[in-house]
Design a protein around this ligand. Structure first.
Ligand SMILES: Nc1ncnc2c1ncn2[C@@H]1O[C@H](COP(=O)(O)OP(=O)(O)OP(=O)(O)O)[C@@H](O)[C@H]1O
Ligand SMILES: [Mg+2]
Length: 469
């Protein structure tokens, strides 16, 4: 199974959900803190209002009683009714001097908030800031009522409220992620099927199809996938059929060409050699100096006939169908060993019976081997070329077989500027036309290797029908 790069869709979506949830949670916490600060502000403002009104009343009472000695400011009464932990209440004269102040004690048992939270809260809300209300007497400001809350108390209160919320959120978040991941795994399970289907198509298994899915989007993808696979299978089988026809026409053309060459060219060469022989006889009697030329003509004609025989052999292989693939290949190997005089030595190993394979398979395999051996002789610089042909059963009940062809040579590193020519192209087309697979690795340190796998129907009837056609 290929290891695909990039993060997993489920993980990425879960992370996104987690990020959004964190943002939501942060927003909720923020909202809670702002609301808490707002209500504290409102409370302080109310106390400041009460204190200022009280002081104004007190001042007006003093002025009314015209009793300058009586106590002022006298915040006791206000302090008693509004005091809360950390709340401070004071009167500041116009000179800025605090003349009286009350502060509520702090609760000793409350845990201090984490430093980070305290710093952030102080920066965001400035919890210690004062709320001031002027104290007016006879239209004159005589001072101001100042109210504030100890910032530490406010920060602790805020942490106490927000902390609980955050604790809940911290528990809820992993749970939410787990639920989201599980839901996504379930919803995205079909994507694995889609991926497996794509891998099967990529591996050449065009029978792969996808079942209908619950999710409309995935079902739509499945439909398109099946439609494309169908089209691809049709296109490929059309192409294979066309290639096969092309190869049949090509082979037919080669056979015809071979016949023409043999009949026309071969005959002429034979005639030339005969003429040279008779000219030689004449020369022996009448003009010995011409002997050498006559021999030269005869030799050239012989060489040309040799070359022609080689060309005819390549154009019109022996009747593979008549001789059978195994015997034809053994003949081919013998032919190469004859021509190469053991440099390189060509060897063959055949496993299984090839009597009942369709003619098109044997003819194409023969051609593939022919080209591969020519390449090995031409390009490899090898000392040994090994041909292995094996018939393998692929279905336990013998329903179908496959032919495995392997050609290896111990040649040196091939042409660094390796480029495919007609030979390899022709081999690939023939294998494709037979619905098989071909791999070729040239120029490794230990020579080149060609691998061909061709499926064949195991049943005799199919072969017979093909032969009759
Ligand atoms: N057995 C081999 N060992 C080393 N190199 C090889 C072998 N077979 C093929 N090659 C390399 O692969 C290239 C392509 O081979 P291909 O048969 O397609 O073309 P070609 O043999 O050069 O020409 P042609 O079209 O006549 O066959 C060759 O040029 C050669 O470099
Ligand atoms: Mg070639």
């Amino acid at each position: 199974m290929r290891n695909w790069s990039g993060s997993d869709l489920k993980q990425r979506l879960t992370l996104r959900v987690a990020a959004v949830s964190m943002l939501c949670f942060a927003a909720i916490s923020g909202y809670f803190l702002i609301e808490a600060d707002r209500s504290v502000r409102a409370r302080i403002a109310a106390v400041a209002d009460v204190a200022a009104r009280t002081l104004e009343l007190r001042q007006s009472k003093i002025q009314w009683l015209n009793n300058p000695r009586s106590d002022f400011p006298d915040l006791d009464s206000v302090a008693a009714s509004v005091m809360a932990p950390g709340l401070c209440l004071a009167f500041r004269s116009n000179s800025g001097e605090i003349s009286q102040r009350f502060c509520g004690g702090t609760q000793a048992d409350t845990a201090a908030p984490p430093q980070a939270f305290a710093t952030l809260y102080r920066r965001l809300f400035d919890p210690g800031r004062e709320t001031v209300r002027p104290v007016i007497a006879r239209g004159q400001a005589i001072g101001e009522a100042v109210v504030w809350v100890d910032p530490a108390v406010l920060t602790t209160e805020a942490w106490h409220d927000a902390g609980r919320l955050m604790a809940v959120l911290m528990i809820a978040l992993p749970l939410l992620c787990a639920l989201v991941y599980a839901a996504l795994s379930r919803a995205l399970r079909p994507t694995r099927l889609i991926r497996d289907g794509l891998e099967r198509i990529a591996a050449g298994d065009l029978a792969a199809r996808l079942p209908p899915f619950d999710l409309a989007e995935l079902s739509a993808i499945g439909d398109v996938f099946n439609h494309l696979a169908e089209r691809l299978a049709t296109a490929l089988s059309d192409r294979n059929a066309l290639t096969q026809k092309l190869i049949v026409v090509q082979d037919e053309e080669r056979r015809h060409l071979a016949r023409e060459l043999h009949d026309e060219f071969g005959q002429s060469l034979a005639a030339i050699r005969a003429l040279a022989a008779s000219a030689r006889l004449t020369a022996v009697q009448d003009c010995p100096p011409l002997l050498a030329e006559c021999d030269g003509i005869a030799r050239t004609a012989t060489d040309m006939m040799e070359t022609l025989r080689g060309a005819l052999f390549r154009l019109r292989p022996p009747d593979v169908d008549e001789l059978g693939l195994a015997a034809s290949l053994e003949g081919l190997i013998a032919g190469w060993n004859g021509r190469s005089r053991g440099q390189p030595r060509f060897e063959i190993a055949i496993a299984g019976s090839f009597e009942r394979i369709p003619a098109s398979v044997s003819a194409n395999l023969y051609r593939i081997v022919q080209e591969a051996l020519t390449n090995a002789a031409k390009h490899a610089g090898a000392t040994r070329v090994m041909l292995r042909l094996e018939m393998r059963e692929t279905a336990p009940a013998g329903g179908s077989n496959e032919i495995a062809l392997a050609i290896d040579d111990d040649g040196g590193p091939g042409d660094p500027q390796f480029r495919s020519g007609m030979g390899l192209l022709g081999m690939r087309e023939r294998v494709a036309a037979l619905g098989g697979r071909l791999s070729f690795e040239a120029g490794q340190s230990n020579g080149s290797s060609l691998r061909v796998i061709v499926p064949v129907a195991a049943n005799r009837e199919a072969a017979f029908v093909e032969r009759a056609a």
